[in-house]
Design a protein around this ligand. Structure first.
Ligand SMILES: Nc1ncnc2c1ncn2[C@@H]1O[C@H](COP(=O)(O)OP(=O)(O)O)[C@@H](O)[C@H]1O
Ligand SMILES: [Mg+2]
Length: 262
């Protein structure tokens, strides 16, 4: 459903995404993990036609993402890292605006909005301005909006950032149901490793723009001989920080030693 082949993105001299390749199967819940600045959002922006790759090939739902932008755009929904609902509109108006932008036939608009707002438990609040909503409610509205045009693929970039545990769990319940019932393919990023472990069929870890590894949570644990995804993740991405700490420690000991000798 998603194919990424030798994808790179350069901003001037800086390589944000460096020769990444992976495939996501239909119906799969796929997690893209990595520290801040790893290149996750840049990868999603390229897959969603917002940024043009420097090199590489991208395909989504059988469409060439660069050459068939319109068909690609009809194939996915996206929930951005930063909230993007209009807070001066009501929940219903936000949905309606999006439906019109996606050219959903007017006889269907009402029914779809009702179905989706009911699913995310916001139908009763449809006529309230979004500025009165909590963070979790806004996120749920964004997900409902991202699903209006029945996309085959849903991108969720840190959808649970800043939400409390109850809301996060609720959100993943929705997302899991969607993937199952509508056979939707979902690619998401998160900094909560337990969310990836509990919800992703497979996980890709990227760091400094490079793909480090890809596999199930079990495979990543086995690969690193650890007993939790968090430990596996730190084993795979934390090395540089630890090396720096070690070398700082070395430098300190070195200085200490020479001072003692004096
Ligand atoms: N438009 C841009 N211009 C220059 N550098 C950028 C731009 N967008 C992202 N970057 C840089 O690319 C790197 C990857 O960013 P991003 O994909 O947002 O990381 P992540 O989502 O994994 O935290 C970061 O170092 C970021 O500063
Ligand atoms: Mg990001």
């Amino acid at each position: 459903m998603i194919e990424v082949e030798h994808l790179s993105k350069k901003f001037k001299d800086f390589t944000a995404v460096n020769d990444i390749s992976f495939k996501v199967q239909p119906g799969e819940l796929f997690a893209l993990l990595g520290p801040n600045g790893a290149g996750k959002s840049t990868t999603i922006k390229m897959l969603t036609t917002l940024l043009k790759p420097t090199t590489g090939k991208l395909s989504l739902n059988g469409h060439d993402v660069v050459k068939e932008q319109d068909k690609t755009r009809q194939s996915f929904g996206i929930v951005f890292q930063d909230p993007s609902v209009d807070v001066d509109l009501t929940a219903y108006e936000n949905m309606e605006l999006h439906a019109v932008m996606y050219h959903i036939p007017s006889p269907q608009i009402k029914e779809r909005i009702k179905d989706l707002l009911t699913m995310v438990e916001l139908w009763d609040r449809r006529d309230n301005l979004v500025k009165t909503f909590s963070g979790g409610m806004k996120r749920r509205l964004e997900i409902a909006r991202g699903l209006l045009h029945h996309p085959k693929v849903l991108f969720l970039d840190e959808p649970t950032l800043g939400l409390d545990t109850q809301t996060r769990n609720l959100l993943w319940d929705y997302v899991g149901n969607l993937a199952r019932e509508k056979e939707m393919t979902i690619l998401f990023t998160t900094h909560y490793l337990e969310e990836a472990e509990a919800n992703a069929n497979r996980i890709a870890i990227i760091d400094h723009g490079k793909l480090i590894t890809i596999g199930t949570a079990e495979e990543l644990k086995k690969q690193t001989k650890t007993d939790s995804l968090e430990k596996a993740y730190l084993e795979l991405t934390g090395k540089q920080l630890r090396d720096e700490e070690v070398s700082l420690g070395e430098a300190w000991r070195e200085r200490h030693r020479s001072r003692n000798m004096r």
